[in-house]
Design a binder for this molecule. Structure first.
Ligand code: ZN
Ligand code: ZN
Length: 385
């Protein structure tokens, strides 16, 4: 039986507030990375910096040596380009940057878990990935390319997101598809410019773009199996500079979200055909660029059960949710594509209510830090034991 040292709540909160005051955007997390690396080094971990550019990896080998299991715990470190509107003593000190997604809390939790596991005699290895650039969806891949899942090979990966859609004291553990794929498309409509009063001499890129936007929504209603979840959102429309000129070009951007499946496979081709076919009907031309930013996040069923058991011990059955899903994306998906694991949400909304993620008034109930640290520490111990 392993006895865990208690959570050091005051250090946990102080670390989170320190990082909150010094937010850094994706691949610029040098201060945060140095803070994490110093702490991990002094705890006796083998620390590697610069993994996936600004990422930090820490390793502690288990007593069994080679061949034993290795658990990976992942914390993302990046902030967002948002001006903080909270009047709190730990407000962001960097204008235009803010930890508005809770990643400051993830780093603090990761370091507290590392501290609690450091002194234990565990049968397997523990590896921490302090990951850059989650918001841009390419930090996880950068760390994987740099070998975070090898030497030693990671046998399971776990992570959490503090989650303001859920009240503090609750935990969501959903087996199977949990968070959506994130794809991005860019469509350029090439028409022919002309006088607003003589539309017959022009090919109106604005009208074509409007038809394309409408046709893209028809993919959801007519081309997708209604039992498969999917979203198409056109979020940017750019065209024209004068009220009396028909612009030659219009640009659209948007996103497709799914949990995998047929529509996920077909989406790049459907978007391209729809844009090009619609444009052709008006005598215009469409150019389409389609990029997969992050895969659907799929939780391993067995390891979800393990996390669920830990969560039930921690907050009680009635406070554990098993059917929460979101069309939001997470690049933790890339780790879980390579190795089995589970990503869970730790409720962080205050009882008085908390602002949503990515808003300038985002903040968390800091009790969620304690719950997150307990959940990940106990999950790692239970997995390795
Ligand atoms: Zn976010
Ligand atoms: Zn996030």
């Amino acid at each position: 039986m392993i006895t865990l040292p208690p959570v050091d709540r005051s250090t946990l909160v102080a670390t989170r507030r320190d990082i909150h005051q010094h937010p850094e955007l994706g691949f610029e997390e040098t201060r945060t990375a140095a803070l994490a690396a110093d702490r991990l080094h002094s705890l006796g971990y083998q620390v590697k910096k610069g993994v996936g550019r600004t990422g930090v990896v820490a390793l502690r080998n288990g007593r069994a040596g080679g061949g034993a299991r290795c658990v990976l715990l992942r914390a993302d470190m990046d902030a967002l380009p948002i001006e903080e509107a909270n009047a709190v003593p730990y407000r962001s000190q960097h204008p235009g940057k803010m930890h508005a997604c809770g990643h400051d809390g993830h780093v603090a939790i990761g370091l507290e878990v590392a501290r609690r596991l450091a002194g234990l005699d565990l049968p397997g290895s523990v590896k921490f990935a302090f990951q850059p650039a989650e918001e841009a969806s390419n930090g996880a891949q950068a760390m994987i390319v740099d070998g975070v899942l090898e030497a030693p090979h990671v046998s399971a990966a776990f992570g959490i997101h503090l989650w303001n859609e859920l009240p503090v004291g609750t935990i969501a553990v959903t087996p199977g598809p949990f968070m959506a794929s994130v794809d991005q498309f860019e469509i350029t409509i090439h028409g022919r410019g002309g006088h607003a009063a003589a539309p017959h001499q022009a090919i109106d890129s604005v009208l074509v773009a409007a038809h394309v936007v409408t046709a893209l929504q028809s993919l959801i209603s007519r081309r997708r199996d209604p039992l498969e979840e999917a979203v198409v959102s056109v979020t940017e429309v750019h065209a024209g500079r004068a009220f009396n000129v028909i612009p030659a070009r219009a640009d659209l951007r948007g996103t497709v979200r799914t949990f995998g499946g047929r529509f996920y496979e077909q989406a790049p081709q459907l978007i391209e055909e729809t844009a090009q076919g619609t444009a052709a009907a008006f005598g215009a031309r469409a150019e389409v660029q389609y990029r997969r930013l992050s895969a659907p996040l799929i939780n391993d069923r067995q390891l979800s059960d393990l996390v669920r058991d830990v969560a039930v011990d921690l907050v009680g059955t009635t406070n554990v949710r098993d059917s929460v899903r979101t069309m939001g994306g997470e690049d933790m998906a890339y780790f879980l594509e390579q190795v089995p694991g589970c990503f869970a949400f730790v409720g962080s909304a205050a009882s008085s209510g908390s602002a949503p993620h990515h808003s300038p008034t985002f903040d968390i109930d800091e009790e969620s830090l304690v719950i997150g640290a307990e959940l990940l520490t106990r999950t790692a111990v239970r997995y390795l034991s």
